[in-house]
Design a protein around this ligand. Structure first.
Ligand SMILES: Cc1ncc(COP(=O)(O)O)c(C=O)c1O
Length: 365
């Protein structure tokens, strides 16, 4: 029991309990049930709660019909792949990419191929080669503070991807749940804002409000949004209206921006503590220097076996995730065994420092 309570968990990219604006959410729940119970306690259209679609449309400069709000963005990604692809199609993702997204694409029967990424996003030459060779149906990417590496795609790479998508006729699925959590540097335009014709934008309230609400959204061409809405209706009739009502109330009261600012103030020192601890403890490794989000990605020093580091870390009271799940690799590509994702938001600074000390000890062993 005692050993377990001392275990430091560097596996889960979740917000800590202190991130939740619980009292404000309580007030929103009371208000929405007081005013709109007949709506939010009823089945409603599968595209989501009207006022929230309106609000999100205003925020992203699109009409409400271009917005669909569902039960978390991961399921919307799965719906999208059913609408945009057929089993057997090839799609591209960054390498590494979000492991659950890769799994969901594979469950659709897709061939998922990773494009290597660099400090400023995907390797353009590799992408061009893969597009010509494989003629993908879509590319899925997380351009801001990527899960799992923390990296951000530069503006010129965003523009190049959109040119290629146009030239070769593939869709771009932009998954962007961390975008608003920028701790330094200047924001870059979303792919969707650069070209809304070929881009499906996914985001979520999971990281800026609460994942338990299960409110995620999709923005895209209205005909596609309507097709996803039909699929959603056939799957669950209606998404969780109460959750969407609470989120809408929170946004309409003007509480989202201050909440995001509060989260940034909570997470920024955690990122800084992670980077400083890596500098002092693990200088032989290579790691990313994200400007926001939840993750730092780390490559173990040359010749160090990731499987043994994970096993040794467990003995020292540190849980690390398996790196291979993030890598959609072809034979001969790096398989991700030497990659570690370090989610820093859920841990207070002293635990981050101790966790990285244990990691350095595991590597040394
Ligand atoms: C890139 C990315 N997309 C989607 C999700 C899932 O979001 P949701 O809770 O809205 O399903 C996550 C959660 O970690 C994520 O990192």
């Amino acid at each position: 029991m005692e050993a377990e309570s001392q275990m430091i968990n560097f596996t889960r990219g979740v917000p800590p309990a202190e991130a939740f604006p619980t009292e404000q959410l309580q007030a929103c729940a009371t208000a929405i049930l007081g005013r709109h119970s007949a709506v939010v306690l009823q089945y409603q259209p599968a595209a989501g709660y009207g006022p929230l679609r309106e609000w999100l449309g205003g925020r992203h400069g699109v009409p409400a019909e271009a917005v669909l709000v569902g039960n978390g963005s991961l399921q919307l990604q799965a719906f999208l792949s059913r609408v945009l692809t057929a089993p057997g199609d090839t799609i591209l993702v960054e390498r590494p990419s979000y492991d659950r997204a890769i799994t969901a694409f594979r469950e659709r029967g897709l061939r998922v191929v990773g494009v290597p990424i660099q400090a400023d996003g995907f390797d353009v030459e590799a992408l061009e080669g893969l597009v010509r060779e494989l003629r993908p149906r879509l590319m899925y990417l997380i351009p801001d503070f990527q899960n799992p590496s923390g990296l951000t795609t530069s503006l010129c790479k965003r523009e190049r991807l959109l040119e290629l998508a146009d030239q070769y006729g593939f869709w771009v699925v932009e998954d962007n749940p961390y975008r608003e959590l920028r701790y330094r540097g200047e924001p870059l335009p979303s792919l969707h804002s650069l070209d809304g014709r070929r881009v499906l934008f996914l985001s979520s309230f999971s990281k800026v409000l609460s994942p338990g609400l299960r409110v995620g959204y999709l923005i895209g061409p209205t005909d596609l949004v309507a097709r996803v809405a039909r699929l959603a209706e056939d799957t669950y009739v209606s998404p969780s209206m109460l959750s969407q009502g609470i989120a809408a109330e929170f946004c309409q009261r003007g509480w989202l921006e201050p909440n995001i600012e509060r989260l940034k103030a909570l997470y920024k020192p955690r990122l800084e503590a992670t980077l400083a601890a890596l500098e002092t403890q693990l200088s032989a490794a290579q790691w990313t220097r994200p400007e926001g989000g939840f993750f730092v990605g780390l490559d173990l020093p040359q010749g160090i076996d990731g499987t043994r580091v994970r096993a040794q870390a467990q003995v020292l009271g540190l849980k690390l995730s398996e790196g291979r799940g993030f890598f959609a690799s072809r034979p001969g590509d790096p398989d991700g065994n030497a990659f570690l994702r370090l989610p820093f938001c859920a841990l207070p600074e002293p635990e981050i420092r101790e966790g990285i000390r244990r990691l350095a000890e595991a590597v040394a062993a």
